[in-house]
Design a protein. Structure first.
Length: 133
């Protein structure tokens, strides 16, 4: 079961990532402190879900970019690198648009696995591991 504090943390992370107030490492830290296992961003559904180990989930309506049929790992890696380096002009909305254009249909963030798995419409994947922390 998810308590109100945990739901508030999930919402803060969702909104903070979206408007640039929170970096990816800050989001991970806050979610871990609140007991979350990870989250999934589903571009085709236009929603994000934050999960506890019990399976309890908080869902929020999110970005719904067009998702290309072909998975372009090179373009996806370029979008990820912009996010990782905080490239000039970076925004989460821009990242979502670029990831969708690269054929990313969803991505799964696993705190225990210390990775993000990006998934294409035909099941292709690209995995990014968190830096040692």
């Amino acid at each position: 079961m998810m308590d109100e504090r945990q739901r508030a943390v999930a919402l803060e992370c969702f909104e903070g990532a979206g408007d640039g107030r929170l970096s990816f490492p800050q989001v991970l830290g806050r979610l871990a402190e609140a007991g979350f296992e990870g989250y999934v961003v589903d571009f085709r559904r236009g929603e994000s879900g934050y999960f506890l180990p019990s399976g309890a989930e908080a869902r929020f309506a999110g970005h719904r970019p067009d998702v290309a049929a072909a998975f372009d790992a090179t373009a996806l890696k370029a979008a990820i690198l912009e996010a990782q380096t905080g490239a000039e002009g970076y925004s989460y909305a821009g990242f979502c648009a670029k990831a969708g254009a690269a054929g990313c249909a969803l991505y799964l963030v696993s705190l225990p696995g210390r990775r993000v798995v990006y998934v294409g419409r035909s099941g292709e994947t690209h995995t990014e591991h968190f830096p040692p922390g």
